[in-house]
Design a protein around this ligand. Structure first.
Ligand code: NAD
Length: 332
């Protein structure tokens, strides 16, 4: 079976080539993201393998169906980039990697919290210039603070397990409560209460119509002055202009984002010789209390191995007319 990949980087190829030895698929790699501009290049593939910023809209799916593609393997957990109605209409089977090392993302959320808090990025630059002064580097103890977890699925639960070790108060909001978290003292509260009580708010819900812009001008009003907001989930959870305003007014004390609503034009590429035509991200990056990383929370060796193996297993089972071993891997 031929599988055509989009949005691939050298590290994707390394991992997929290595683990494909035991599957024997024909793998074709495109570096560009999938969209109407490239979809006609698909030739002879039964499956497509796509990543977070590939656009699987109705137009792209129609062309793929016409070319005989039957399976779409998302090498991500999120599937907000797929038009599910169009996918069902064309009879695609779509699989994903529901939980590839949730710890990778949860640990990155913690890295963002502690970088913003203890300013290690600034200390690193200072001491290289032999500036050992501490002015401006003061942080706060995580111990005793209230951490709000929005979404307690695989990643939110991994994050809760980590934060538990700091001795903080853990509160959470999810449409489905986790017995595991309740057993070690996580308190589920209504959405606005989590906003109101959190010193640090970490977003781990998927991007859905019900969660889009959950951090907006209205919800910001409920939050504590000085709140730290961490988003390692999807950019669309945050209304960026409202957050910019919150930073300007100092209502938001710190912002850490690994994802950005307009990231598809920026992330996963080297734009160091280009003028960035996005005033919002430029402004965000100009704040000393904002940390932006380029969708790297998942990026550990363990996670890349898990992504490659699960994606190839999913495709192998679909090809044999079987369901993926993990039912959560099926999108449609
Ligand atoms: P998951 O499906 O295990 O958990 C999502 C949780 O959100 C579930 O418990 C669900 O009940 C809850 N939820 C759904 N709708 C909700 C709503 N309206 N309000 C409150 N809670 C709601 O997903 P996960 O593996 O924990 O991943 C979470 C998200 O993290 C993914 O959707 C993806 O967007 C993002 N992610 C980011 C990276 C990265 O590199 N930055 C990597 C992997 C995943």
């Amino acid at each position: 079976m031929k599988v055509t990949f989009f949005s691939t980087k050298p590290y994707d190829r390394d991992f997929f080539d290595r683990f494909n030895r035991s599957f024997g698929f024909e793998l074709e790699y495109f570096e560009t993201h999938l969209g109407p501009h490239i979809v006609n290049a698909v030739d002879g593939a039964t499956a497509i393998c796509a990543f977070v910023n590939d656009k699987l809209n109705a137009e792209v799916l129609r062309v793929l169906a016409g070319k005989g593609v039957r399976y779409i393997a998302l090498r991500s957990a999120g599937f907000n980039n797929v038009d599910l109605d169009a996918a069902k209409k064309h009879g695609f089977r779509i699989c994903r990697v529901p939980a590839y090392s949730p710890e990778a993302v949860a640990e990155h959320a913690l890295a963002m919290i502690q970088t913003l808090n203890r300013k290690t990025h600034k200390a690193y630059n200072r001491v290289r210039e032999h500036n050992f002064a501490l002015n401006g580097l003061m942080g706060f103890n995580i111990h005793g603070k209230t951490i709000g977890i929005m979404g307690t699925g695989n990643i939110g639960r991994a994050f809760a397990r980590i934060m538990r070790g700091f001795g903080c108060t853990l509160i959470a909001y999810d449409v489905q409560e986790s017995e595991e978290l309740k057993a070690f003292g996580v308190q589920y509260l209504p959405l606005n209460e989590v906003f109101a009580q959190s010193d640090v708010l970490s977003l781990h819900v998927p991007l859905l119509e019900s969660t889009r812009h959950m951090v907006n001008a209205d919800t910001l009003k409920h939050m504590k002055p000085g709140v730290m907001i961490i988003n390692t989930s999807r950019g669309g959870l945050i209304d960026s202009p409202a957050v910019l305003e919150g930073l300007r007014s100092k209502h938001i004390g710190y912002l850490g984002i690994d994802v950005y609503e307009q990231e598809d034009k920026l992330f996963f590429r080297d734009l160091s010789h280009t003028i960035i035509d996005d005033d919002t991200i430029q402004l965000l990056m100009s704040f000393p209390n904002v940390l932006v990383t380029g969708h790297q929370a998942f990026f550990t060796a363990e996670a890349l191995e898990e992504i490659a193996v699960t994606t190839l297993q999913n495709l192998s089972r679909l090809q044999q007319g079987l369901e993926p071993e993990n039912p959560a891997a099926i999108v449609v």
